[in-house]
Structure formats: structure tokens, C-alpha cells
Ligand binder design. Sequence first.
Ligand SMILES: [Ca+2]
Ligand SMILES: [Ca+2]
Length: 239
Amino acid sequence: MAQPILAASNRHASRLVLACLVTGFVIPMPGFADILPTVDGSVRDGLHAVKDGNPDDVLDHSIVQVLNTARPTLPFEDRGILEFNVSSLSQAAQVLLTLHTFGTVGPFPFSLDIYAYAGDGVLSLSDFNAGSLFTSVVYTGQPPIAIDVTAAISTLNLPSSGFAGFNIRKPLADNIEMNGPFAAFGSNEYPLAATLSEIPAPSTVPEPSSILLFGTAVLALRGRSWVLRAHGLLSGKMR
Ligand SMILES: [Ca+2]
Ligand SMILES: [Ca+2]
């Protein structure tokens, strides 16, 4: 079960820290590009229709809301939907999905299930029941949540121009007596939107500081040879 990760104030810095924590890798350099959702929002079952597992409304141009109420009157469930075009991802990429909390009400914690599916770049009713469960998150209200989705995307076996879809569900229904619990994540229209981030593998190319140290050592060695030769203590071809 994946664990939510605490936020940091700077977005890029926090992503680097989160990536390190989630993957265990040391990130060699910043600057990798984020992928924003092609579509994001929620799909709803119930409220002013029958809550029966069959979706009734698409909530586009909105937040990515996740809740599930079984209250006696007007019960409903919202599932958060995100679809990303993965054409810019490299094949061997390790990929992080980051969700930024827009608003939430407890009581905390509660569990969120994350489903993955091959999307179509359109937010539609069919996204409500799309996907296979690949992880669950113990949500405690902190922004952001960072989830390693490398295996989930790989399993989808998407075409190069395909869409990775994520369907976020609250599996347990509540009465929502005090307007909670629910989680609402940011979107393109209500930032911060979720992102997919490609995590570069640690580089094997020596860093400039290492090259400088190596060059300094060579110069020092050559300088030492000149001194020894000047004192008649060294023979050979080293110059
Ligand atoms: Ca329905
Ligand atoms: Ca879709």
C-alpha cells in the first residue's frame, strides 16, 4: 500500500524530494519536464440520479473530486479521472504521478484506490468504471501525493501516442455528516494540476566537478615529475 508523502513549499524542490523518497533513487539533476493532464475532472454516479454503479454525469472543467456517500437522501459517488498523453515519455522511464490537494475534509485517514487504464484523451461516462486497481493510498490530507506509476503504465502496454488514464476512487461509502470525508485534487482549471514526471536514471557521465578534480590531479602529477627530474631522481618518458 503506497503512502502519501509530505509537501514542501517549492514545487520543483518538493518533487525532487518526493521522487527520492518514493523511488529510493538519488536524482542527479533537475529540469525534467512535467506532463499535464489532457483531461481531468470527475465522473458521478447518483445525487440527482440513481446511485447504482452506472455513471450519470461528467464533471469537466472542474476539480478532480473523490467521494462516496451512502447517506439516505441523494447518495452519490464521484471518481476522479486523469488522462495523460505519454508520447513524450521514454520507454525505460521511471514515472511519478503527483496529485496536489485542492481541498479536503476528514476525518482522516481514509483510503483511496488508484486504478490505471488506457485512456482516449476524452473525459466521458465510461471512465467511471475504467481501469484495474494497482495501488491504494492511505490519505491523510497532506499535499501532495506522489505515486510511482512506472509498473502501472508499463502494464497498459500503450501505443507511443497513447493516454495513461487514472481513476481515483474512495472504496468505502460514508454518511458525510460533516461534509466529509472527501478529497479534491487540483486540475488544469483549478491548479495545481496533477503531473506525470519522468525520473531520469542516475547519470554515469562524470560531473564537471569530478572532471576538474581529475584534471587537477593530472597536472599535479606532471608537476611532481618535473620537480623530481630537476633533482635527478626520475628517469623515463613522463613529461
Ligand atoms: Ca447511476
Ligand atoms: Ca476517457
